[in-house]
Design a protein. Structure first.
Lengths: 542, 252
């Protein structure tokens, strides 16, 4: 017993002394270790972005990438985003390597080997002779040295850079142009070219998206003192202002842009374009025409006009629109559709394709599309023999226009589902609401409003849902769902069983069903209805 | 007499210190600690770094074990040794991470694995647990230096054969960076020596050379001893002959 006690005591003493020694050393080294790690980490970061603010940077751990382990968004002291740093790790046959890749405005800013257990002389050779060739290259086309004498290490570095570039492509891109847009539109997160124009006082139109992929603005490019300046409108046609694409635009351009400040936040319809200062007056007028008259449907700009008979009765509709074709400029095309939604005529009004191609392949085939409807147009293949083979690009633009025209016309059928007596309609944009963007005034033969229809759109956890809400004289006429990607069974049940319960209810006291079996979709519908009612009430108050 | 005894003791201490360098080299003679010898010797400097750390751990643990050897019950001798060694390794690991971060990163998992290095537990069990602290310290220091020299030799060879150069100041906080040698030759660019295969090849070659050297020494010693015995025999025969002649002369 005494022997066992002695053993236990000896082990206890040895353990206690060991623990005490380790504790003391740890107490002494822990702050140094932490400082070392931070210093090493931030030293590399600051080497890449000397103007960065270490305290403002945002770190994100990446877990779903083979090489990239961390993404750092770098800001300066004023909160302006400078770029990205990606930290990547690879295990190769010589050990492991951690590489930092700096990207600024689509350009590879720097590549730093943060730590590695690869052979020092190879690593040093890469640092001295090959890594300096990488900074300054465009992210889109990085050129690597084919022979470095340190293939294993260099391959790891290449893999990490390539993945970083890919990751930037999938995530937010720091494009200098986007940074400029963000000075005006804070939520701007991405943009893409929409259409190129030739007969207007602006050259093209792009689309600005927020981080969720919602369209937040349309930008129209014009030229002032050899600088490209974009005029922006919100989807509800509110004028947002103008921005020079180059950060280093001349002061005269900045002054001209500032002259538009008084129009910011005003609907285009309420702006007298003749009062807009000279550098922008023509472009502004054209932009107002395009935004007010032409609807954006899919990838085209298209406007609708009624076709009247001798007694001024509507016998059809003419749709005229723009779509990029074979060249950088948009083709202008018109499509006539009868009241039943069938194409009666197609005409290529303006094009930039090779004339002989157009006459041989386009104009010779246009008549073939008379009789197409919304149900059949989706089956048309512009490259097929029966379409426009031989002038595919221009042909595709015509098919796009025809499709948009029929979809545009299809809205009438959707509106008529709520208001069967509708003869025509007028759209006005509404502001200040998250789910509804436009109010459709439903008109009778005499042009008088017989009711209102609100177009709403809501994202939910199952996708999105589009809702039309008819409101007339303080009551809900009908609620329809023209499009959605929520679970079809749930939505069908809602449409058949629960939405009819809303018909005829007073907008001052709407009773929603407590239990529908499609809670998520129904909540989206409720949000849209509530905003539609609120908007209609506000209009009544005015 | 006392003076003669002290001199003998000092010679013994030097022999104790130096025996690990060549005669009882842990890697080339006893083949102990082969795992780090393969894993961290792709460059000379990592081998040097590992060697220094092993010296510290081996010497410290040998001293402590020799000091408390009589207090540790026989039943828990080995576990106690391991706890002591692990304590020193943990301390060394933290100090390395604090003051030689590059070396810490380069050694990776092989730094904490010093705990299970056969050399360290072997010297604790075979020497420190039976000798005094001074002798144990010298034994640990000598064996550690022998281990480090072996790692340096292997690392140097591999780095030269793989890259044609030997870098310094990359992993150890020396304050300067550079290359000991730098030979620009395509012959000295054999990637295989960076990998594990190269480690085995180099260790094998050096082992062969050590064994050849050791065998030659053994043969030399055996020949010398043989000559010494022959000489002794010859001297004895001569003495016997002289004695016989002397006896014959007296008789006549």
């Amino acid at each position: 017993m005494l022997e066992k006690l002695k053993i236990a005591l000896v082990l206890l003493v040895i353990g206690a002394i060991s623990g005490g020694a380790i504790f003391s050393v740890n107490d002494f080294t822990a702050p140094i270790i932490e400082e070392n790690q931070l210093a090493a980490q931030y030293e590399d970061y600051v080497d890449m972005f000397p103007n960065m603010s270490v305290s403002d940077m945002e770190e994100e751990t990446i877990e779903d990438n083979e090489f990239i382990t961390k993404k750092i968004i770098v800001y300066d002291g004023s909160g302006n985003q400078l770029g990205f740093i990606f930290e990547g790790k690879d295990e190769n046959s010589q050990g492991s390597i951690i590489v930092l890749v700096g990207i600024e405005g689509g350009i590879l800013k720097d590549v730093i080997i943060s730590s590695t257990t690869n052979t020092p002389n190879y690593v040093q050779g890469l640092k001295d002779d090959y890594l300096p060739n990488l900074p300054g290259q465009s992210m889109d086309s990085i050129s690597y040295d084919s022979s470095t004498g340190a293939t294993i290490t260099y391959n790891s570095i290449k893999s990490i850079i390539d993945q970083a570039v890919l990751y930037v492509g999938e995530g937010p891109v720091v494009d200098p142009e986007l940074v400029q847009y963000q000075t005006l539109i804070e939520s701007a997160d991405a943009f893409e070219m929409f259409l190129r124009y030739s007969d207007f006082n602006f050259t093209n139109e792009n689309t600005i998206f927020d981080g969720d992929g919602n369209v937040v603005a349309y930008g129209f490019a014009t030229t002032v003192s050899d600088e490209t300046v974009r005029l922006f409108t919100a989807p509800d046609s509110t004028f947002l202002g103008a921005v020079a694409i180059s950060e280093e635009a001349a002061s005269s351009v900045a002054d001209a842009i500032a002259s538009l400040d008084s129009y910011k936040g005003t609907m285009l319809a309420d702006i007298d374009e003749t009062t807009v200062p000279s550098p922008f007056s023509n472009a502004f007028t054209d932009m107002k025409t395009i935004v007010m008259d032409y609807e954006r449907i899919n990838d085209v700009r298209i406007k609708e006009e009624t076709v009247l008979d001798e007694s001024d009765s509507i016998i059809g509709f003419k749709y005229t629109g723009f779509k990029d074709g074979n060249s950088a400029n948009a083709n202008e095309i018109s499509v006539e559709v009868d009241s039943g939604g069938t194409i009666t005529a197609v005409e290529l009004l303006n094009h930039y394709d090779t004339p002989s191609y157009v006459s041989d392949y386009i104009e010779a085939n246009l008549a073939n599309f008379v009789g197409e409807t919304l149900d059949t147009i989706y089956e048309v293949d512009a490259s097929a023999d029966d379409a426009f083979a031989g002038a595919t690009n221009t042909g595709e633009s015509i098919v796009s226009l025809m499709t948009a025209a029929l979809e545009y016309h299809g809205k009438r059928a959707e509106y008529a589902e709520i208001y069967p007596d509708m003869v025509d309609y007028e759209r006005t944009f509404v502001q200040g609401f998250s789910t509804i963007k436009s109010r459709i005034s439903i008109l009778d033969e005499s042009g008088s409003e017989i009711g209102a229809l609100y177009e709403g759109f809501h994202y939910n956890s199952m996708g999105s849902v589009s809702v039309h809400v008819g409101i007339k004289e303080g009551s809900i006429v009908k609620v329809t769902i023209p499009a959605h990607n929520n679970t079809a069974g749930y939505v069908n049940n809602l449409v058949e069983t629960y939405l009819p319960n809303l018909n005829g209810q007073s907008t001052s006291d709407i009773t929603y069903d407590a239990k529908t079996g499609a809670t998520i979709t129904y909540e989206s519908i409720q949000d849209i209805i509530n905003e539609a009612v609120q908007c209609e009430n506000e209009r009544g108050d005015e | 007499m006392a003076k003669k005894g002290n001199k003998k003791k000092e010679l013994s201490r030097i022999a104790n210190l130096t025996k690990g360098f060549f005669k009882e080299n842990p890697i080339f003679v006893f083949l102990l600690g082969m795992c780090p010898a393969l894993a961290v010797t792709s460059s000379m400097e990592t081998g040097l770094g590992m060697g220094i750390l092993v010296i510290v751990v081996l010497t410290s643990s040998n001293i402590v074990i020799s000091l408390i050897k009589n207090l540790i019950p026989e039943q828990v001798r080995v576990p106690s040794f391991i706890v002591i060694i692990a304590t020193f390794v943990t301390i060394i690991e933290m100090l390395t991470q604090a003051f030689a971060l590059d070396l810490y990163n380069a050694l990776g998992i092989f730094l904490p694995l010093i705990v299970v290095n056969c050399l360290i537990l072997g010297r604790a069990e075979a020497f420190a647990s039976k000798n005094g602290p001074v002798a144990s310290a010298l034994d640990g220091l000598g064996m550690g230096i022998g281990f480090m020299l072996a790692l340096i030799l292997i690392g140097f060879t591999r780095e030269v054969l793989a890259t044609g150069a030997v870098a310094y100041g990359v992993y150890l906080p020396l304050g300067i960076e550079g290359s000991l040698i730098n030979i620009d030759s395509y012959v000295l660019s054999m990637d295989v020596f960076v990998g594990p295969a190269g480690g085995f090849i180099v260790i094998g070659l050096w082992l062969a050379m050590f064994q050849a050297f050791s065998n030659r020494n053994t043969r030399k010693k055996a020949d010398a001893r043989k000559r010494w015995i022959e000489e002794k025999k010859h001297q004895a025969a001569e003495r016997k002959r002289k004695k016989a002649m002397k006896e014959a002369g007296e008789t006549s």
